[in-house]
Write a protein that binds this ligand. Sequence first.
Ligand code: SF4
Length: 198
Amino acid sequence: MADILYTYKNQVYANITNRCDCSCTFCVRSLKDAVGDSETLWHKTEPTLEEIIKAIDAFDFTGYNELVFCGYGEPTCALDNLLASAAYVKEKYQLSIRLNTNGLGNLYHNRNIVPELARVIDSVSISLNAPTAEKYQAVTRPQFENAYPALLEFASLANASFGHTQLSIVDVLPADEIAACQKIADDRGIFLKIRKYS
Ligand code: SF4
């Protein structure tokens, strides 16, 4: 079994699934098998809810006030386990919950999952990655043809539902694309996080 909880740069992350509906050209999964203090983030089999809870209970959260559901995979692809484990952590450990997502959860589940997420998750970071649908398709290679508008709709729904919502890009994009992404975020009243590429 791979690491379910791991730490990286003073944050604790939950890696509850390796499933993902994208195949991003820059995905860290294609470069290395682990991040931070993890040994491997590749699960031999998908973690069960019981295994996730066991990993949570085995972790010492002293000094942490937030748990981030992240990779190696898209957390909303394991929606039931995401909702149940986030609720468990909030109730038992009183931690704030953040979701790092590709924003395609509504498309993947063919319904609006934002209200379910908002019951147990405090903040959400959505990977925007590109300023146009064409560029987005090329860089994230999603399973869906209409992924980009679905991502933007998810972001707007999230922004109305979560305490904090942000879109994110990396700083390797050309300046004109960064400006276009900023406008997309500004038009929707959503904070744009420009992350350093690492
Ligand atoms: S959405 Fe995330 S986990 Fe999935 S391929 Fe892209 S970077 Fe990797």
